[in-house]
Every structure is written in C-alpha cells, then in structure tokens.
Design a protein around this ligand. Structure first.
Ligand code: NAD
Length: 335
C-alpha cells in the first residue's frame, strides 16, 4: 500500500522501516506535519500515517478524501486531532495504535514527579559547575502521600501500580470506574474530592469536549495549596493561563507537563536559535517549580517498536479487509 507518512523524524523512519521490512508497503516520508497547506502531498496515496500534532480538521480530511486517501493510520492512541465525522463522511477509515507499552508513559509521569520533587535536574547542573551546596534542594517523602489519578485506563493503572510501590495512597476519578481495580488499592471518588484530597494529581484521561480545560481556575482552587500537578496526557486538559496564575500566587506548588496546549507550533522542532513566539510557554519556563518535556513520555525503544509494528500491521489488515476492531476509531467513541 502506498502511504504518505507525515511528521517524520529520524526515529520514525528507523522504526517504521524495520517494522515494514517484510511487509513491503511503500512508505513515503514527509518531515512536514499534515495540515491544510500540506494535505495535497497525499494526492494518489492510499493512506496517510500521522502523529499527535498533525491537524486532521474537516477541511484537511475533505482534501484527503478528494485525493483518494482511504485510510488514516495514527501512530498513537489518542485521536483528538482527527475530525472523525468528516472522515466517515469522506469514506476514510481511521486506525490507531490503541495500546502500546502503557508503562512507558506511566514511568515518564513518575520521572517528572521525582525530578520536580528531588530537583535532580538542578543538582546535576550545580555539581557540574563545582557547586556542591544542597541549599534549596529540599524535597518531600512520597511515602504516605495521597496521589490522585484522573483516568484509570491502561496508563493510569500502570502509574497507580508504580506509585503504590512508593507507599502512596491512591485515589482516583474516572468517568467509567473499573471495579476490578479495587484489588489494586485504588479508591474512586467524585472528581472534586480527588482534587481536594491529593498531594499529587496526575492526568491520564483522553482529551474530549468534556475534558477540555478539566483543570481550570475553579478546579485549581479546589486543590490543596502546594499541590503537584502532572500532565502526560494532552495539553488542552489544562487551562494554561489559569495554571500560570495559580503558580504565581503559590497555590500550585509544582507543575510537570509533557504536553502543552499550543504544542503543535513548538514541539518536535529545534527552536533554540529563534525567538519563541508563544508567551505562555515562555512564562511557564521562568518558574523554578515547572518542568516541561516536549511530548516524549512515549519515547522508549519498547514503545517505538510496538507503535511501528502495530501501525504497519494496521496497514496490512486494512489492505486485506481484515481490520482489528480494537484499533478502529469511529464516531461512537466520541464521548
Ligand atoms: P485508556 O483509554 O486506556 O484510558 C483512558 C481512561 O480515561 C479510561 O479509563 C476512561 O474511562 C477515562 N476517561 C474517559 N473520559 C474521562 C473523563 N471525562 N474523566 C475522567 N476519565 C475519563 O487510555 P491510555 O492508553 O491510558 O491513555 C491515556 C491518555 O494518555 C491518552 O488519551 C493520550 O491522550 C495520552 N498519551 C500520552 C502519551 C505521551 O507520550 N505523552 C502517550 C500515549 C498516550
């Protein structure tokens, strides 16, 4: 199958080529993201293969439909960047990588917590400069702290299991609680209660119209003063301006984010030699208690291998008319 692969970086090519070595799909790599300006590149391709920050709006999907594209193959689990109804209207199927090593993302959430708490990033820089002072590097013990998880799916559950190991008490909110998780010592509460009782809050729910700005001025005010907020899910779950104000007045004690509201214009690019046009991320970068990574929670060898293998399998399954229903995205999945 002839596939236009968008937003490709060296590692995408490496892992996809390896996964495709015996399947022999024709993968044509474009560094550019898929957007209205670049959608015509997909002319005469059977499929497009895209990632988290490709913008498959109604207009883009319509261009894909006119270009003969029959499949959108996502190299990720989230599908909030695709107009699912427009795809259906244009007779385009959507397949995703419904699950891959959930531990990978959960471990990154834990890395953000440990770094923010024990300030290892600052210690590293100090020691390299011959500064062996430990002034202002005080952390807190995780043992006995209450960790609130919003969304107890694959990643939220893996995260709970790790935090359990640290001796934390796990409380959670999920729109669809999973009774089976009671064995894991996860206790469900209404969202407001989880926000009120947690020392650390970690977001693991998908971005939907309902979860857009789930963390806003009101929900931030419900949280304990000095709370640590972690987001490895999607940037638009947090109202960034509200978070900045809560950081300024000290209510929000720590913020660790792997995803950011306006990340499409920033992440996966080297902008070190240009003026960053985004004032909100620039402000966030000034806080000593904010840690930002550029959507790399998924970035391990294990996950990249699984993502590439499932993506190539999705292409083959589609070609053979035998798709895996687990990986199919349709409008019934929009909450
Ligand atoms: P999942 O589908 O297994 O779990 C999502 C959970 O959220 C489910 O239990 C679901 O019931 C719950 N949920 C749905 N709507 C909710 C709501 N309104 N409020 C509370 N909970 C709600 O998904 P997953 O594999 O655990 O992934 C979670 C999210 O992590 C994805 O949606 C994606 O946005 C993000 N993600 C990020 C990275 C990264 O590199 N940073 C990588 C993979 C996934």
């Amino acid at each position: 199958m002839k596939v236009a692969v968008f937003s490709t970086r060296s590692y995408d090519i490496e892992y996809l080529d390896k996964a495709n070595s015996e399947k022999h799909h024709e993968l044509v790599y474009f560094e550019s993201s898929l957007k209205q300006k670049t959608a015509r590149l997909a002319e005469n391709f059977n499929a497009v293969c895209v990632f988290v920050n490709d913008g498959l709006t109604k207009e883009v999907v319509e261009i894909l439909g006119q270009s003969g594209v029959k499949l959108i193959a996502l190299r990720c689990a989230g599908f909030n960047n695709v107009d699912v109804e427009a795809a259906s209207k244009n007779n385009i199927r959507i397949l995703r990588v419904a699950s891959y090593s959930s531990t990978t993302v959960a471990e990154h959430a834990v890395a953000l917590i440990l770094t923010l708490n024990r300030k290892t990033h600052k210690a590293y820089n100090r020691v390299r400069e011959g500064n062996f002072s430990i002034e202002r590097l005080t952390g807190f013990e995780l043992n006995g702290k209450t960790v609130g998880i919003i969304g107890t799916g694959r990643i939220g559950t893996a995260f709970a299991s790790i935090m359990n190991g640290f001796g934390c008490r796990i409380v959670a909110y999920d729109r669809f609680p999973k009774p089976s998780l009671k064995d894991m010592e996860i206790t469900y509460y209404p969202l407001d209660d989880v926000l009120k009782m947690s020392d650390i809050i970690s977001l693991h729910c998908p971005l939907t119209p309902e979860t857009h700005h789930l963390i806003n001025r009101d929900s931030l005010m419900l949280m304990k003063k000095g709370v640590m907020l972690i987001n490895t899910s999607r940037g638009k779950l947090i109202d960034t301006e509200a978070a900045i104000d809560a950081l300024k007045d000290g209510h929000l004690g720590y913020l660790g984010i792997d995803v950011y509201e306006q990340e499409e214009k920033l992440f996966y690019r080297d902008l070190s030699e240009i003026i960053i046009p985004d004032d909100k991320i620039s402000r966030l970068m000034t806080f000593p208690n904010v840690l930002i990574t550029a959507h790399q929670a998924y970035f391990t060898d294990t996950a990249l291998t699984q993502i590439a293998q499932t993506t190539v399998q999705n292409l083959t399954d589609f070609e053979h008319g035998d798709i895996n229903p687990r990986n199919q995205v349709d409008s019934t999945m929009i909450i």
